[in-house]
Design a protein around this ligand. Structure first.
Ligand code: TNX
Length: 558
C-alpha cells in the first residue's frame, strides 16, 4: 500500500514538472518555414520561452533586433523576455554570437532544450535567424490579444541558411492609388517576415506625385491631387474640368519618408525610390508645365492614358536643373545605393515636333528622338553617379545605348535583362509573367477586377530569375528579382494585401531558397499552415489559391 502511495506521488510530481516544462516533440509536418531554409535537422523535445528567458546580445544593432523579437511576446504572451547586453551564460537564454565566417545575410540557428544560439556575421543575418525562430513559434505569437492557452515552444532543431539572391524585392505603386505612411509601414512588417529585403516605391506617375519636394511645393500641392472618378472604369475617366476640385490623392511629407526609411532599416529592408522620367509625369507637368515641350496646360489624370506623350522636354536645360534639384532632395532622404529613374513607355511625338528637342538632337549628333531618350538618361546618370549612387531604370533604358554604369530592371519579359547582363550590367528581373501581382491569380469570374494577365501561385513559385540564355559569367549580373504591384485596379490597402499574399510567399522562396530545397508540393503544404500566421497578423490574403490547389485554370477569355 505504502509503495503504491509513493508511486502515485512520484507520478503526480512528474506530471507537475511536465506541466511546468513541457517537452513536446515536434514532427517535421508541423514545421512550416517560408522561405524554406537551406539545411535543417530536427531533434526531439523543445525549448520553452517564458518570462524568465533572456536574450543575450553583444552590441546595439543586435539589441535592436532582439527588441523587435521581445516585443512580439508583449501582447500575445502578456510578458516580454529580458534583453541583456553582454551578459554571462545561464539557462533559458537566446544568445547572439558573431561569426565572421558566415556570409553577408546567412545565419545559423541552434535550438536546444535549455538554450538557443544564433550566429551571423552581419546584423541582417541575425534578423533573418530571428524571422526563422519567429516562424517556429506558435502562430498565436503574432496575435494582438493575450493567448492564455498557448505554450511558447519551439522545436529542438539545427538550421543553417543563406539566400540564393541578394535582391528580394517588392514594388508598390503609390501613385495610381495613394497608400498613406501607415499602410507602407504595415506592408514593411508583412514583407519582413518573408525575408524580403527591398521595397521599391513607385512615387509618381501621370495620376499623382507622392513625395514632398521642398524646392518645388506645387509638385504635391497640385501634383498630389486629382479629381475623383473612382466610380468609373480606369480607362474611361474624363479629365478634370475647369473649376472642378481635385480631392483624391495624398503624399508623403519628408518627415513621413524619414520615418518609413528608418522603420524599414530596422527590418533590413532598403527602400528604393522611383522618380519617373521622361514619361509618366503628367502630375509633375500639371504643377510645372514649363518643363514640357508645349508649355501645357496639364491636369493630373484621374485614370488611364495611352500612349504617354506629355513628357519632359529634353531640349530645355532647365528641365535637367529641375530634375537634379528633385533628385538631390530624394537622395538626401533615401540611403539606397540605387535610385530608380523609370524610363519606361515614353512616346516621343512631342520631341519630334519640338524645336528645342530637335536642336539638341543636332548639337549632340544624335540620330533621332530614340537616341535623345538615351542622351536624357545618360545625363541624369552622370548626376546620380556624382552623388555616389547607381542609376536603375526599366529596360527601355537599353534603347539607344545603356548609360555606362546603369542597372536594369527587366519588365517586358526577360530579353532586356538578358541583353543587359551580356553587356556586363547588373539586372533585377521583373518579367510581367510571373512577377506582376496586378495580374489575376485565379479564375477571372471569381476574382476582383484586375488589369488582366494570369499569374497564379504555382507560376510565381516556379520562377527562376536566371534566364537559361545566360552563361555562368553573365548570370552573376542577375541580382535577383521583384514582384510588382501596380495599382490602377487596386484602390484600397486591403485589396493590395489580397493581390500580394500569398503570392509574395512564393516569390520569397523563389528568391531565397536554392533549387535543391525548393519543392512545390511541400511549399503548398507549408503555405497553408503559414496562413495561420497571416490570420493572426490580420493580413487579407487571397484564399482563392487554395480552392484550386494553387494552380488555377487560365481564366476564360471573354
Ligand atoms: C506597365 S511596368 C507599366 C506601368 C503599368 C503596368 C501595369 C512599367 C515599367 N510600366 O505603368 O502600371 O504596366 O501592369
Amino acid at each position: 500500500m505504502k509503495q503504491r502511495f509513493t508511486g502515485l506521488i512520484i507520478l503526480l510530481a512528474g506530471c507537475f514538472l511536465w506541466s511546468c516544462q513541457p517537452q513536446e516533440t515536434f514532427s517535421a509536418k508541423e514545421i512550416a518555414l517560408i522561405p524554406q531554409v537551406q539545411k535543417m535537422t530536427l531533434g526531439a523535445s523543445s525549448f520553452h520561452f517564458s518570462e524568465g528567458t533572456t536574450l543575450v546580445v553583444q552590441n546595439t544593432e543586435q539589441e535592436g533586433i532582439a527588441t523587435l523579437f521581445a516585443n512580439l511576446f508583449e501582447k500575445s504572451a502578456g510578458w516580454k523576455p529580458k534583453i541583456v547586453n553582454g551578459g554571462s551564460e545561464g539557462s533559458s537564454q537566446l544568445i547572439f554570437k558573431t561569426d565572421g565566417n558566415l556570409n553577408e545575410e546567412g545565419y545559423t540557428l541552434d535550438i536546444k532544450t535549455d538554450k538557443i544560439e544564433i550566429k551571423a556575421s552581419k546584423p541582417a543575418g541575425f534578423f533573418y535567424a530571428i524571422q526563422t525562430l519567429r516562424q517556429l513559434l506558435p502562430a498565436e505569437v503574432e496575435s494582438s490579444q493575450k493567448q492564455d492557452k498557448t505554450e511558447w515552444l519551439v522545436p529542438v532543431i539545427s538550421i543553417s541558411d543563406s539566400p540564393a539572391f541578394k535582391w528580394r524585392g517588392y514594388m508598390l505603386d503609390v501613385s495610381r492609388h495613394f497608400f498613406p505612411k501607415e499602410d507602407v509601414i504595415q506592408m514593411i512588417d508583412f514583407l519582413a517576415i518573408h525575408k524580403i529585403n527591398t521595397l521599391h516605391l513607385h512615387l509618381l506617375d501621370d495620376q499623382g506625385w507622392r513625395i514632398e519636394i521642398k524646392k518645388y511645393p506645387k509638385l504635391t500641392a497640385i501634383g498630389g491631387w486629382r479629381v475623383d472618378r473612382e466610380d468609373k472604369p480606369w480607362n474611361s475617366r474624363p479629365k478634370q474640368e475647369a473649376g472642378e476640385k481635385a480631392t483624391n490623392g495624398g503624399f508623403y511629407t519628408q518627415e513621413d519618408v524619414k520615418e518609413m526609411v528608418a522603420y524599414a532599416q530596422k527590418r533590413y529592408i532598403n527602400i528604393v525610390p522611383e522618380i519617373e522620367m521622361p514619361a509618366h509625369v503628367t502630375a509633375a507637368l500639371a504643377a510645372y508645365p514649363q518643363y514640357s515641350c508645349t508649355g501645357g496646360p496639364f491636369t493630373v489624370l484621374p485614370g488611364g492614358v495611352w500612349p504617354v506623350t506629355d513628357i519632359y522636354c529634353a531640349g530645355n536645360d532647365s528641365t535637367f536643373l529641375f530634375l537634379q534639384d528633385v533628385l538631390s532632395e530624394v537622395i538626401d532622404l533615401f540611403p539606397s545605393k540605387y535610385i530608380h529613374i523609370g524610363g519606361d513607355e515614353a512616346t516621343k511625338t512631342e520631341w519630334d515636333k519640338c524645336p528645342k528637342c530637335q536642336k539638341r538632337i543636332k548639337t549632340e549628333g544624335l540620330k533621332n528622338s530614340g537616341e535623345l531618350q538615351s542622351y536624357f538618361i545618360k545625363r541624369i546618370e552622370k548626376f546620380i553617379n556624382s552623388k555616389d549612387r547607381v542609376l536603375l531604370g526599366w529596360d527601355e533604358i537599353l534603347e539607344g545605348g545603356l548609360p555606362p554604369k546603369a542597372t536594369v530592371m527587366s519588365w517586358r519579359g526577360t530579353q532586356g535583362g538578358i541583353d543587359a547582363a551580356k553587356q556586363g550590367h547588373d539586372v533585377v528581373m521583373t518579367p510581367g509573367q510571373p512577377c506582376y501581382f496586378d495580374h489575376y491569380q485565379g479564375a477571372k469570374e471569381e476574382e476582383p477586377l484586375a488589369i488582366g494577365g494570369f499569374n497564379p501561385l504555382n507560376k510565381v513559385y516556379e520562377f527562376d530569375p536566371i534566364p537559361k540564355e545566360l552563361d555562368a559569367e553573365a548570370a552573376k549580373h542577375i541580382l535577383g528579382a521583384q514582384a510588382n504591384l501596380w495599382t490602377e485596379y487596386v484602390p484600397t490597402f486591403k485589396h493590395a494585401q489580397y493581390m500580394t499574399f500569398p503570392r509574395i510567399a512564393a516569390m520569397a522562396e523563389a528568391l531565397w531558397s536554392s533549387k535543391e530545397v525548393k519543392n512545390w508540393d511541400d511549399f503548398y503544404r507549408r503555405i497553408q499552415t503559414f496562413t495561420k500566421r497571416y490570420d493572426q497578423m490580420g493580413i487579407n490574403y487571397a484564399k482563392s489559391a487554395f480552392k484550386t490547389g494553387g494552380k488555377a485554370e487560365e481564366p476564360a477569355k471573354k
